[in-house]
Design a protein around this ligand. Structure first.
Ligand code: S3P
Length: 436
């Protein structure tokens, strides 16, 4: 598919529901006895993989004609032995969180995934979950396919996160739900806190203390009882990132993206783009379902290069690919460092972005832990392709945005992975006036 230079983008849009919150709302609802309702659930392949897994373990999950999801849960500790392997597709979040959830259940489960997921490291979760008593048989390098045997009762864990990962934190918390005693996690660098917020919302006894240096200590009392909830999922800031950057880059654009989640642990891209000179106004800030939300009004702006502090990485970890596109159009050089984690996402996002940017005429230097990008100062990129997206939805969407500010258009080899997180992405860009 080829994306070509767009006239000014304009219009009001909404993006699909938050992927992280959608996964968690299905998992926790499946553990509450009674009916939970979820509005605005992301109906992308990743979240549907979580829904299928929860059904396979006994939860009753359906969607009504108004798009509201109804989940009848089985109670903490009540998940059933799945009869077949749990197919995780492309979804690292489904895999790692479910491994945690099942680690304290008396059952055996096999996890399989696509070629991208099968390359991703799982030791970051198998190591702490093994300390809680779960056992694993993995493919070489602690990868999928793998089979785990949960422990019941599991042993509560006191764990300092060695990697800034909300997936690892959440896996341990979910394991702690059905574990006697107190599970304690020390988080030196804050990561997205949707699990903590939602666990509290479902009635779990969870506390978060923040130390003077910003370290967060999370304690969860095990053998929890969860109460069914009515959840409204806000728009995903990680999806809003694509129309947001497109509106900043395409001259003359003005776009409103309504109902976007603005949790501090997720909103780092907005701060970064503003520092680059981006005109982004947050209108009608409010709270929806325990999460801050607002409408973003984005006006095309001349951007300048940046050197963001790596400590901010977790608050925009999924947004770097599209931030690199913004940097490619900025005035001057941008230096991104401290981003080793990008090498183990759906693709190696440093290598994939560096190769793609070069292919469309951008001068870049790939570093072990980041990338240096020479901006064009607003001059259209040459374009070209096809870009190798390597089963990575965010690579595909980032280069689609680049195509809108290119001379010859940018061709993407495979847009199918976009269905994992952002169904309707291409029609949404077309609504705003983009050409594809
Ligand atoms: C996620 C955490 C992040 C993020 C992923 C979703 C989550 O992964 O990249 O897309 O929902 O907890 P890490 O925990 O590997 O940083």
């Amino acid at each position: 598919m080829t994306f070509t230079a767009a006239p000014a983008l304009s219009g009001d849009v909404t993006v699909p529901g938050d992927k992280s919150i959608s996964h968690r709302s299905l998992m926790l609802s499946a553990l509450a006895v009674g009916e939970s309702r979820v509005e605005g659930l992301l109906e992308g392949e990743d979240v549907l993989a979580t829904a299928a897994a929860m059904r396979a373990m006994g939860a009753d999950i359906s969607r009504d004609d108004d798009g509201v999801w109804h989940i009848h849960g089985v109670g903490v500790g009540g998940l059933l032995q799945p009869e077949t392997a749990l197919e995780m597709g492309n979804s690292g979040t489904s895999t790692r969180l479910l491994m945690g959830l099942l680690a304290s259940h008396d059952l055996t489960a096999t996890f399989t995934g696509d070629a991208s997921l099968s390359k991703r490291p799982m030791a970051r979760v198998t190591e702490p979950l093994a300390r809680m008593g779960a056992t694993f048989t993995t493919s070489p390098g602690e990868r999928l396919p793998l089979t785990m045997r949960g422990a019941c009762p599991a042993v509560p864990l006191d764990y300092r996160l060695p990697v800034a990962s909300a997936q690892v934190k959440s896996a341990i918390l979910l394991a702690g739900l059905n574990t006697p005693g107190i599970t304690r996690i020390v988080e030196p660098i804050p990561t997205r806190d949707h699990s903590e917020r939602m666990l509290k919302g479902f009635g779990a006894d969870l506390k978060v203390e923040v130390e003077a240096d910003g370290t967060r200590i999370i304690t969860l009392v095990g053998e929890a009882e969860l109460t069914p909830q009515q959840i409204v999922v806000p728009g995903d800031p990680s999806s809003a990132a694509f129309p947001m950057v497109a509106a900043l880059l395409v001259p003359g654009s003005r776009v409103t993206i309504a109902n976007v989640g603005l949790n501090d642990t997720r909103a780092g891209l907005i701060d970064l783009l503003r520092e680059m000179g981006g005109d982004i106004v947050i209108d009608n800030p409010r709270e929806v379902g325990g999460e801050p939300v607002g409408d973003l009004i984005v006006t095309a702006s001349a951007l300048k290069g940046v050197e963001p502090d790596p400590a901010r990485a977790p608050s925009m970890i999924d947004e770097y690919p599209v931030a690199f596109i913004a940097a490619a159009l900025a005035q001057g050089r941008s230096v991104f460092r401290g981003l080793e984690e990008l090498r183990v996402k759906e693709s190696d996002r440093i290598a994939t972005m560096a190769a793609g940017l070069r292919a469309i005429g951008v001068t870049v230097e790939e570093l072990e832990d980041g990338i240096i990008i020479e901006g064009s100062g607003g001059v259209a990129l040459a374009g070209g392709g096809p870009i190798a997206t390597r089963l990575d939805h965010r690579i595909a969407m980032s280069f689609a945005v680049a195509g809108l500010v290119s001379r010859d258009g940018v061709t993407i080899d495979d847009m199918r992975p976009v269905e994992t997180s952002f169904p309707g992405f291409v029609p949404l860009l077309q609504t705003l006036g983009a050409m594809a």
